[in-house]
Design a protein around this ligand. Sequence first.
Ligand code: 6GU
Length: 379
Amino acid sequence: MPVMPAAQRIDVVSIFPDYLAPLGLSLIGKARQDGVLDIRVHDLRDFTHDRHRTVDDTPYGGGAGMVMKPQPWAEALDHVVSEAGPMTGPRPRLVVPGPGGIPFTQALAGELAREPWLAFACGRYEGIDERVYEHAREDLGLDVTVVSLGDYVLNGGEVAVLAIVEAVARLIPGVIGNAESLVEESHEDGLLEYPIYTKPRVWQGREVPAVLLSGDHAAIAAWRHEQRLARTAARRPDLLHPSLGGADAEVTTATPGDLPELLTLLLAAGQVATMDTLRADLATGRMWLARRSGRLVGAIRTQAAGDTLHVTAPALAPDVEDEELARHLLDVATGTALSDIRSLLLADPTASTARARTYKKAGYRPVPAGWSRQVPRHG
Ligand code: 6GU
């Protein structure tokens, strides 16, 4: 007989329990019915003892707004945890949504999805008295994480909890049917998703890109990868630059102080350069450097001329035969190019067999001056 894994338990404490009603809908509502998720919403005001069910008061030290009182929060958290027994029993991980938290990311969603028990404390007003966090950590033994959705301010944590629970729950087996669709998604590998189309092939005079109808799976995969890079560069360049830790290397743009080391690398890699040509390159184009443990192991230079981006062969240190790194440098240098670039010209007419394969895989075709590739338009 198949053994049902225990449901993930989620407790939410809020002064607006109705705000969390959407957790009864759609795939999350279904998962609750199926016993995959055990979500319990608590009203913070049930843990007050005065006639007005007061949850807030003015801040010590002055300042705008109101602060959530410690007593109702402590009793609410005690109540949630009490269902687990003494200090040694299972404990929820306490997540407190707030603009001052660590960024909520797909990686954090994955981490939270592996927790058997989560508790969310929805603050309102200016926030919760700091001693509630200390009580949760020191007296209840909870791991407390303050989490922010982004750099903007919401009125309270409830909307954030809806977002966080949705991102977490869909990673739990049994919450969404198609495990495949989990893998191929924006952010799972640090790039945004490619554009997608369905029937009809022509809609209001707009055609689906021909490559998608070609049946050429390699061409389709190359086109999609290209679209992902172009989109990420246009909309989220911040994702490309640090994620350039691909191929175990840190990729950065060069500064004048890098030039002597760069010259050594280029000469060792058999390229033609002097300090003067490099200074000129730096002034008129862009240079990307790949470092491993601080050591310069690769470089590539680009220069825009009209709608063509001229790209040098990726230069690698002689002991670094790593086509993945070469491809990575090429993707970085071309993926972050200006959006009005329509074609790429890669000056490497005498590429090695391995390097020629890298260029072909990246969508380049041999031309007399080296290798050429067209850049698709993107939104
Ligand atoms: Cl998680 N909570 C609140 N109240 N405001 C926010 C937020 C969270 N993330 C961004 N702004």
